[in-house]
Design a protein around this ligand. Structure first.
Ligand code: T46
Length: 141
């Protein structure tokens, strides 16, 4: 599975560091929503879902956490521990977030507003969705 990580430019000076992220310049989509999670209970795993169309960039702006990505064929684990690094997570990818450090702040830039109808929260339905997409795509060519 292809893993896409963005390293954002750091505008540092003798006062400290600053990272700026511009839609369609530094990341491949327009940002319609920003959310973040913090004070994550130790040992907890979040996520366990995919999205039908949402694209996102995950940035651990403080501390560290790991992301497990699954495209239905392969699984990969990615460590996020740099506030200037973003992980691109496309639609139709099952994601789980785990191993949060006590101080972790995971910020997410999202391409769409919150829509529960875009979630696939059942793993078998996720595999079914991929299968249907493949049939549709192969039928188009
Ligand atoms: C994702 C991963 C990386 C809202 O009301 N608005 C929002 O924008 C979001 C993201 C969540 N919520 C509510 C819905 C739930 O009642 O907040 C509660 C927790 O959301 P959820 O259980 O979906 O959180 P995670 O950490 O499992 O997943 C989140 C995102 O929902 C999801 O899109 O890709 O982070």
């Amino acid at each position: 599975m292809q893993i896409t990580k963005y390293t954002f430019p750091i505008h540092g000076d003798d006062r400290g560091q600053l990272v700026a992220i511009e839609e369609l310049r530094d990341i491949p989509f327009s940002i319609r929503r920003v959310y973040y999670m913090y004070s994550t209970v130790q040992g907890v795993t979040r996520g366990y879902h995919a999205h039908k169309s949402l694209e996102q960039i995950l940035i651990c702006v403080h501390g560290s956490c790991k992301i497990r990505l699954d495209d239905g064929m392969e699984k990969e684990e990615v460590l996020l521990d740099k506030p200037y690094e973003g992980l691109y997570v496309s639609n139709v990818v099952w994601r789980e977030m785990f191993d949060f450090s006590p101080d972790a702040v995971l910020m997410v830039l999202a391409s769409e507003l919150y829509d529960e109808a875009d979630y696939i929260r059942n793993y078998d339905q996720f595999l079914e969705f991929i299968h249907k997409e493949q049939i549709y795509t192969s039928g188009q060519t």
